[in-house]
Design a protein around this ligand. Sequence first.
Ligand SMILES: Cc1cc2nc3c(=O)[nH]c(=O)nc-3n(C[C@H](O)[C@H](O)[C@H](O)COP(=O)(O)O)c2cc1C
Length: 434
Amino acid sequence: MNNFSFLEDKPEYRSFSKDCIDAEKVFRSSYDSCVKLVRTAIDAASKWIYAAENKIASDNLFELIENANLDKNLSDKLHYCRKAGNAAIHNEKEFSAQEAEQCLKNLFDLVLYIDKNYGKNFEPRTFKSLICAENILQTELCGMKLNTPIFAASGTFGFGEEFESFVDLSRLGGVMVKCITLKPRRGNDGIRITETPSGMLNCIGLENPGVEVFLTKILPRIKDKMNVVVNISGSSVDDYGNLAKLLDVDGVAAIELNISCPNVKDGGIIFGTDEKAAAEVTQAAKKNTSKPVIVKLSPNVTDVTKIARAVENAGADCLSLINTLMGMEINIHTWRPTLGNITGGLSGGAIKPVAVRMVWQVANAVKIPIIGMGGIRSASDAAEFFLAGASAVAIGTANFAEPSITMKIADDLETYLRSCGLKNIRELVGKVKA
Ligand SMILES: Cc1cc2nc3c(=O)[nH]c(=O)nc-3n(C[C@H](O)[C@H](O)[C@H](O)COP(=O)(O)O)c2cc1C
C-alpha cells in the first residue's frame, strides 16, 4: 500500500499529503474511515490548487470542485468522493473495499493532475490495486478457507472469545482452542507457569471443561466467529476415536490431535514419541470424523521425520509442529523444582530455531501441509517458517505478552510479501535455498 508515499518526498504538497497517505493506510482497517479521509484529502488538495492560482477558495467542497477548472471527467470523480465522504460521515451506509478503493483511485487522479500541472519533476504513475494486496494472505488448508495463514496456538488463546476485544477473530486462519478431553480435567497442582530467558515453562496439565461442556456451551458461542480447530487429547487410542466422533459436528473446522503434551502422565506424549502408537491414534481419529485431522508433533524425539511419515501414512491431512520442549527449573533457595509438576514444557522465542529446523526437516519428508509454530513473535519469525516449508503458522506464547500480536504479524507479513514482489503467501512456502 504505497500509492501516495511519493508525496512524502514533495514538501510543496504537505498541506494535503498526510491526508492522502492516511486515507490509504486506513484502507486496511476501515473502508468507511478511508472514504471519510479521502473527502478530507480532496478538500485540502482542491484548496491547494486555488492557492497555486492565487484564487480565493470556498469552504464548500461542492463549489471548490465546480470552480477549480478541472476537466469534466476529473470533477465527476471528485464529486463521487464528495458524496461518498458525506454518506460515510453521516453513517448512511457501509462502504465496500471496491468503493473505498474507487475513492482512493479518484483521489490519486487528482494528485497526479496537481503534480502534472504544477509539480517540478512529474513522473507518470499508475494506481496499484489495494484489493489485490488485501488478498495476498488469503489461502486454503485442507479445504479450510483462511483469511490469513495465521492461527492462534492451542492453550495460549483460550476459546478465542477471550481475545475478541484485541483481535478480529475472522481475520485469523483459525483458533486452535484449548485442549479438550472426554472428561473435565482440573489440571496440575502447584505452580504451573514460570518465566525463562526468552520464553516460559508451563505444566498446566490440560485443564479443560470436557467435551460435553465444550459442545453444548462453548462451541455454539464461538462457531460463527472463526475457524474452530479443536485440539484433543486422550489416554487411549479409543479416547481419540471417541472424541473425534463427538466433535464431528457443524462448527468444528478441523481436529488437532495433541499427541505431544509433555505435562500429563496419562496421555499425549506417549503417543507422540512412538511411530506405531502415533499412527494408531491418527487412524482412530480419521475413522471417526469427516473433518480434516491435524496431528501435532512433539519435538521431544530423536527423529521427528519418522513420526511425521508414520502419521502421514496413517491418513493425517496436516501436521502441526512443534509442541513444547520438555524443561525444568530449580529454585536454588528451596532446592525444589519451581513447577508443581517438576518438569514443564518450554515455549516462546527461545525455541524458535529448534522449531524452524524441525519444520524444515518434516517438510522435506512428507507431502501433507504443515502448520509451523514455536517462538513466533514477529512477521519475520513467521516468514522463516513459511520459507522452511510451513503453509500456515500458529502464534502461542507471544499472545500472553501482546494479545493483539496476531494482527500485527498479519499486517507486517503483508508488507513483507509485497516488498518481495510476491502476490500470495503460497509463493513463499518452502522457498528456503538450502
Ligand atoms: C500455557 C500453554 C498451554 C498450552 N496448552 C496446549 C494444549 O492444550 N494443547 C496443545 O497441543 N499445545 C498446548 N501448548 C503448546 C502451544 O500450542 C505451542 O505448540 C507451543 O507453545 C509452541 O509455540 P509458542 O512458542 O509460540 O508458544 C501450550 C502452550 C502454553 C505456553
